[in-house]
Design a protein. Sequence first.
Length: 309
Amino acid sequence: MKAKQRVKAPRRGRSIASAVARWAGRDVAPARGDRSVRRPRLRWLLGGAGLAVIWAGSLVGLTIWLSRVPYDAHAPAYASRHYSPFTRQAAIAIARREWRAWGEVVVDGPSPTNGVKLERQEGLWQRVGDYWWEGVSPTDHDTAWTGMHDDTGTVFPADQDGVYAWSAAFVDYVMRVAGARDLFPYAVAHADYINAAALATRDGTSKPSVRAERPEVYAPRPGDLICSGRHDAARMRYDDLPAPHFASHCAIVVDKAPGLLSIVGGNVEDAVALTHVPTTPEGRLANTNGQVLDDRYSWFVIVVPPYEE
């Protein structure tokens, strides 16, 4: 006689379905008489995985936050910590200091450097490196450029220096070191902060708080930037702003006399140089009809930094 196989019956009140459901954490009613405590193991596992993902994401976020480069990471402490207000006098003094460091070059006619590229001379190519390093955004690869090196430290050919034009970096440097902090829209191209000033003036925005002025209306003051278009943008006018990227040059007004402005700009004849600019008797760059008095440069906008005066 064949023995019967013993089949283990499920415990009273518990079905296999309910056991699986309870293990998976499903909200099912227990079988009648089941007073055991449900243990949502799957939920616990999924919850733990979720916490792990959140924790990992938090670590990544923290790492990114800690690795952020502050906009003034390369600025001297006295400039980034607001040791003193951002004033016209500070910007003018720094621009004049740099001009003296380059030998007080004056460019009002033929080049006074006789073809010598001062930007590649010892003691001066390093100064250009300071303008890039301290002036422009620390996240830009241009910060490693000098008057004769690219960002890898390789000396570039002298006839390619136009690719490494540093006149905007010079303006950035003066503004940064003068204490502008985040009040000035630093850029590697003049066109960027010209457009920022035009937009801020048109829209009445507070950041950046630079403003743009018309040359036939506003008389530039020492500390202001006067800007001209270059190459294809030589006929640029105030009403064209803002405009897609355009070649331009800006310099800092360092002195004012009847009928004449003295300006200091970077990368002028490969140096920091002073230039004299004619004005109307009222001190404007253009007549009321918009005609610019200077027959060398088409000054079409004045950028006024937000000095704390």
